[in-house]
Write a protein that binds this ligand. Sequence first.
Ligand SMILES: C[S@@+](CC[C@H](N)C(=O)[O-])C[C@H]1O[C@@H](n2cnc3c(N)ncnc32)[C@H](O)[C@@H]1O
Length: 254
Amino acid sequence: MEKSIYDASSYPIQVSNGRDIGAGHTRGCWLEFSDLANKDLGSDPIFQRALRAANARGTLVSTNKLANLYLILRYAMPDPQAHVFEFGSYMGGSAVFMATALKLLKRGSRVFAFDTFEGMPETDPVRDLHRQGDFADTKFDGLLSYIRDNELQTHLSLVKGRFDETLPGVLAEQSQGPGLLHVDCDIYEPIKYVIRACLPHLGPGSHIVFDDPLHGSCLGAFDAVQELLIRELNLTAEQAYPHLVFRYPSLPDA
Ligand SMILES: C[S@@+](CC[C@H](N)C(=O)[O-])C[C@H]1O[C@@H](n2cnc3c(N)ncnc32)[C@H](O)[C@@H]1O
């Protein structure tokens, strides 16, 4: 039977080297070369409503990246009820996008959106171009109102503060670990911190999605991925466009 990215029972599509290279190739090529976000997903009412929600709040995340997150969330997560942890939410656009999709899909899981919501903490002066205080204009009260007005409390929790101050408590409280990490915090040290802290809590084949490492302004993010995921954990990427995506723990090869 032909395998389709729009059929959750098709996954994994083709496993090699611990990741679903079939899923990575299909999502990546269709998004980059076939305008999938506008064509196929143009008539998907859940994607379209989630996209409107992201735009209503404001997001730095491109439509192709939101589409990739949607395809992973909707079809590819081995445990569809596992939570989503987002590291770096700023005005809340990508978090609201994923929470709206989860709600419309009637999932029991939620998005935990981790951010200071007051701008970047201290950054590495050599590796990072971003500086302390960047992204401080979060309009946090507006985000709280948006969540209340759209009854998203069931699917979105804001976790305000520095990751190293907030993440240990959330991990300790949750009986169910995250199944998708959306890492969009741009800078070196916090990326290494959140990945190391989450690894022991990830269920089989969890997705780790990095927004930043291939951007010109985020070499610190690439350093973190290179050092921790590639050199230390010996992982091979599942997808390189529009995101760098890894699977952890690795999928068993057929
Ligand atoms: C590029 S923005 C996130 C964009 C967002 N996902 C969107 O939809 O537009 C990066 C965010 O990471 C946050 N951040 C970076 N390091 C952090 C840390 N150690 N603790 C908490 N927040 C952090 C910043 O405050 C900033 O809001």
